[in-house]
Design a protein around this ligand. Structure first.
Ligand SMILES: Cc1ncc(COP(=O)(O)O)c(C=O)c1O
Length: 384
């Protein structure tokens, strides 16, 4: 549902534009943080900055989380730049370069290590920096529960197999302080499935610690909370998720690492209709911009939900319409055969759920159209 604040910004913005509603994000984050912090045990939230590293989004999210997860040297530098030296940062991701490991040793609070070789390379980086590094072993824990975007629980370039984790413990270099275990097995899970996956990781980590006679201070059970693009009013049930984790009072610190379900609902991609065309019996609305700004529907294979703002004075139609962009490819489709009461030339169209994995995953240089404007509305916007 488009709010008055976003609708006003959408009517006034230079087009195309991303509109970030930071008031909405602030309230959404407050509710999530309250749900996650209620119950037995300790749960921390690290925001996966890859979902949306916009400075206004980062600053707003940061008020409600315990730290930020970054997955590249670029994200590390950006997050430090935007949020300053004090925000706790966890550095993860596969294929870290020597430069990234060196930066992580100096500027990150903990590193999620992806392989046995990477443990050795991180130790060398720590030695060169004259420091010890806090690390968690990212493990491809067996027995994940599915999900839309699977990253573990089977053959995977992410993390290490359990036997490799055993080997890492046997040869842990003195420069590495082992904090715990990290896993992120899949994305797109509802509350019960996501909690079941978290429990699988927690149980595995407890058995791993017992087998080696070590204490684990932290277990990261990943992100992956579902965003339902077909039902934009639905929300991940954070309270049910928290309860279903069934945490003991005195276990290790549990950390979750969500991205999509935090920021998706607070971002809008706004454009306008340049042309309306009937082709072989079907209506097409051709919009300024397209999937080079909002790649999400192509990447995930859904129709991006949208609201039509009747701002145009050109011809209009009603009925099923396929909304496309300006690119010379049949893949440039934002939504297919969606019934509408009205869409017309000059009308503005505001695509919802564009606050995560949207602009930053898009191939924005293709065809050299101008980039979208960035408009931040809401209380936090003036702090950026
Ligand atoms: C290691 C890791 N943590 C967290 C996330 C965030 O996942 P999501 O945005 O589905 O919550 C990702 C996403 O790819 C990831 O790779």
């Amino acid at each position: 549902m488009i709010t008055d604040l976003v609708a006003k910004a959408a009517r006034e913005a230079p087009l195309p534009a991303y509109v970030y509603d930071l008031d909405h994000l602030d309230a959404h984050m407050a509710a999530i943080a309250a749900a996650v912090r209620t119950g037995p045990g300790r749960v921390e939230i690290h925001y996966a900055a890859k979902a949306n590293p916009d400075p206004g989004v980062l600053a707003t999210v940061a008020r409600h989380v315990d730290g930020i997860e970054v997955a590249s040297g670029g994200e590390l530098a950006h997050v430090r730049d935007v949020l300053g030296p004090d925000v706790p940062i966890a550095f993860g991701g596969p294929g870290k370069t020597d430069e990234e490991l060196a930066a992580a040793a100096r500027q990150a609070d903990r590193v999620h290590v992806e392989s046995r070789l990477e443990v050795r390379r991180l130790a060398a980086a720590a030695r060169a920096a004259g420091t010890r590094v806090k690390a968690l072993l990212r493990v491809n824990v067996p027995g994940g529960v599915g999900g839309v975007l699977r990253m573990g629980g089977g053959p995977s370039p992410f993390g290490m197999d359990p036997a490799e984790a055993d080997a890492c413990l046997a040869e842990l270099p003195p420069e590495i302080e082992l904090l715990g275990v990290h896993a992120h097995l899949a994305s797109g899970l509802d509350a019960q499935a996501c909690a079941a996956q978290g429990r699988t990781v927690l149980d595995w980590a407890a058995a791993f610690a017992a087998r080696h006679g070590v204490g684990l201070a932290e277990v990261v059970i990943g992100g992956g909370m579902h965003v339902d693009y077909t039902r934009p009013a639905e929300r991940f049930d954070w309270a049910a998720y928290r309860a279903a984790l069934r945490l003991p009072d005195h276990g290790p610190l549990v950390r979750i690492e969500p991205g999509r379900a935090l920021t998706a609902y607070s971002g809008w991609y706004v454009t306008d209709v340049l042309d309306l065309k009937r082709s072989a019996g079907e209506w097409f609305a051709i919009c300024r911009g397209g999937t080079h700004h909002l790649r999400t529907p192509v990447a995930k294979g859904h129709d991006q939900p949208f609201t039509v703002l009747p701002t145009g004075t050109g011809p209009t139609i009603a009925g099923p319409v396929t909304v496309v962009g300006q690119l010379c490819t049949p893949k440039d489709v934002l939504a297919r055969r969606v019934p509408v009461e009205r869409i017309g030339v000059g009308d503005r169209v505001a695509f919802a759920l564009a606050g995560a994995y949207a602009l930053n995953i898009s191939h924005r240089d293709f065809l050299m159209h101008p980039p979208p404007a960035l408009v931040r509305v809401g209380g936090g916007a003036d702090q950026v």
